[in-house]
Design a protein around this ligand. Structure first.
Ligand code: LP5
Ligand code: MN
Length: 238
């Protein structure tokens, strides 16, 4: 049966080669056999510019561009600076942060998921700041070592801040979910970011709907398969 695959939150980095190896196996075994692959953000642990010469970035670009199926990418909160140059080297098409697909007869809304966490006001303020185009342009002009330092500092601040936040604050806000699904008249929402893999059943515009949440790849792989029979959330050993 024709199928489309979705993944997010792999957090690939030099320090975790086993996850990268698992991703390479996923590309060969699963992603070669689908209509399209959608990567919904946080493919990388952090991204400080397409000019970063890290060998990991080359390896991933080569593997993605060798895939015989179309690959689409939505930015996450760690790799929002991934740009057109890298996307083109990887053969990926960059999509808007909220994208509606009409797939196998369903209206499917896809996004990273961080914008749904509206109770996390500290994060939303941070997001607004770092999404300002002028600030991004200035940041990208800095020498690489300085960008690395700033990113490490931001990661550190973020980890500190997260320790004092409740799990509920860092989850999606139900009203934000319902509003965005109603606006797009979507029957399925697929996202990542919260690292809480689950399929939630809800009612949107008095119709049954689903919110499918991808898992992170820290200890195992996670993907969502969409086909004519609906969505399935699949965990697998990488
Ligand atoms: O990432 P994670 O899982 O730890 O937590 C996220 C939210 N944190 C973030 C920050 C990222 O981790 C940092 C990534 C940096 C990589 C690229 C650097 C490029 C810099 C570009 C500059 C233009 O996304 C976290 C959420 C959590 O998810 C759950 O949803 O809670 O949010 C925070 O921790 C934000 C804090 O509340 C505030 C952080 C303090 C930083 C203040 C500096 C602001 C000014 C920045 C100007 C450069
Ligand atoms: Mn994220």
């Amino acid at each position: 049966m024709p199928r489309t695959l979705f993944i997010a939150d792999l957090h690939l980095c030099q320090e975790e080669p086993a996850i990268t190896a698992g991703f390479m196996r996923f590309l060969q075994r699963e992603a070669t056999d689908c209509d399209a692959l959608y990567i919904l953000g946080d493919l990388f642990e952090s991204w400080i510019g397409d000019d970063d010469p890290a060998p990991l970035h080359r390896q991933v670009a080569e593997a993605l561009s060798a895939l015989p199926v179309p690959v689409f990418f939505i930015h996450g909160n760690r790799d929002f600076l991934l740009g057109k140059a890298y996307a083109s080297r990887s053969g990926m098409t960059l999509l808007a942060e909220e994208t509606l697909l009409e797939c196998y007869g369903q209206r499917v809304l896809i996004m990273h998921g961080d914008t749904l966490c509206t109770d996390d006001q500290g994060y939303q303020r941070f997001r607004q700041k770092v999404h300002q185009p002028w600030l991004q342009r200035v940041f990208l002009m800095l020498p690489l070592f300085l960008r690395q330092k700033i990113a490490a500092r931001l990661r550190n601040d973020s980890q500190q801040a997260n320790q004092s936040k409740s799990l509920q604050i860092m989850d999606v806000n139900q009203q934000a979910v319902e509003q965005v699904m109603e606006r797009y008249r979507a029957s399925v929402l697929i996202h990542g970011h919260t690292h809480r893999p689950e399929i939630h059943f809800l009612q949107i515009n008095h119709q049954p709907a689903e919110r499918a949440v991808l898992g992170a790849w820290h200890h195992q792989g996670s993907m969502i398969q969409l086909d004519a029979s609906g969505v399935s959330l699949i965990a697998f050993r990488w």
